[in-house]
Design a protein around this ligand. Sequence first.
Ligand SMILES: Cc1ncc(COP(=O)(O)O)c(C=O)c1O
Length: 464
Amino acid sequence: MSAATKFEDPRVNSRIVAAYRARTAGSGALAAEAAELLPSGIAHDSRYLEPWGIYVERAKGSHKWDVDGNRYVDYFGGHGALILGHGHPQVAAAIAEAAEQGAQFGANHPREIAWVRAIQRLVPSAERVRFTSSGTEATLMAVRLARAFSGRSTLLRFQGHFHGWHDHMTAGYSNHFDGSPTPGVLRGITDKTVLVAPGDTDAVAAALATNPDIAAIILEPTGSSFGQVPLRPSFLHALRDLTTRHGVLLIFDEVITGFRTSRGGAQAAFGIRPDLSTFAKILAGGMPGGAVAGRPEILALLDFKATAAAGREKIGHPGTFNANPVSAAAGIAALGILAESDANDVASARAESLRAGMNEVLMRENLPWAVYGTTSGFHLFLNPQGRAITPASFDPHAVDFAEMKAQPAQLTNRLRLAMLVNGVDLNPRLGGFTSAAHSELDIADTVHAFGESLRMLRAEGELA
Ligand SMILES: Cc1ncc(COP(=O)(O)O)c(C=O)c1O
C-alpha cells in the first residue's frame, strides 16, 4: 500500500488523522468533489495534503478560517506574498478602488509608473522594469534577456533552488539532480543548464573557466526555499566577482527575498548589485504579478527603438495581465507601507520569537530537531540521520542540501495534520513565513500548538 493510499484509508490507525478528518469534514467533502475535477483536486502542488487540504473561506491579518469554521494562525502567508498579513486595510482599499475603476484597460495606465517608482525607492538596481504576471514568467524573461544580451546559451543554476515551473527550471529542484529532463521538458533545454551544488564556489569557478557558453547564473540569494538550505553572504560576493570576471550575468531571483530579507531584498541586505533581479509575491501586494528588473542596456532588448537603433531584433513580450492595474494598486500600497513603516522588522521579530519558542519546546521534549531561519522565515529540521544537535545552536550550514531537504513522509504528514488540528497552518516543509500582522499572542499560541502536536505524535509512537 502506498503512503498516499494509507493516509486516505479511514481505517488507518492514527488518532491525529482521525481528529483532522473529524474537524475538517466540510473540507473533506469539497476535496472529494474537487478530485473529480482537478488533478489531485488542487491548483498548486504545495497545496497537496493527505487525506485532504483545508478549504479556506476567508482570511484576515494573521488568521484564516476554513469552511468548517476552524481558525488557523497562518504561516503559509500566501506562498510568501503576504508580509503585511491578509487583507491589510490600505492594500484592500487600494484593490477595491482600482477594481472599481476597471480591472483591465488594454492600455498603459499611470499606476505602472508609480509601481516602478515604488520598486526603485527600495531597490536601486531596478533601473528598468518589465512587468509580468508571475514569478515564473519573470525568471523566464530574465533567462531570455541574458541569452540575447550575451549571445551565449547556457544557464548555471543551483541544486534545490526554485525559480518557477517553466522548462529551464524543473530539473534539479526537487529531483533530477543530474540535470536530466523532467516529464515533458526537452533534453535540448536541460543540456543547456549546468547544475551546481549550492555554496560550492570552486565548482562555479571551474564551470565558468571551462564553459565559455554560460550566459548567466541565477539563484535564490538566501538559499533554496528562502534559506531552508542557507547560503553564506560570502558565497554571493564570490559569485559577483566570478561573474564580473567572466562577463556572465548575475540574476538574483528575489521572488521570495524581495522586500522580505530586507526592504530592499537580499541585494540590499548583502550589498550586492545583481545585473538582473526577478520579483513577484510581495511585489504585487498579494495579487498576481511579477517583474524582471535591472541594467538598462539589458532591458533595452525589450525596447522597440533601442533595438532598431542597434540593428538588433527585439525580444517580443506581450502578456494580457502584465502590470494589471489592480495588481499595480496593491503593489504600490504594499511597497509604500514597507518603505514607510517598520513592517519588515516586525515580521522578522515575530519569526525570531517563534524560532526561539519552538526550539525551547524541542529542548523540553528532548528532541534533536531544530527550528532555524533568518528574517521572517522559519524551517524545521527533522534530523533524519540522527545527528547530535542542540536545537537553539544548530548550524544549518554544516549539513548538505540533500540531508536538509530530506523529510520522512509519514512523520511530516502527521506533524502537519497535528498542527492543523491545533490551529496552525504550516507549509508542506513544516516551515513558513511570518508577517507584520502576527502578534506575540499568535506566536505563543503557535508554540503551544507545537508542544501539543509533539505530544500527539508521541502518543501514537511517531517519536522515538
Ligand atoms: C524563488 C522563487 N522564484 C520563482 C517563483 C515562481 O513564482 P510564481 O509562483 O509567481 O510563478 C517562486 C514561487 O514560489 C519562488 O519562490
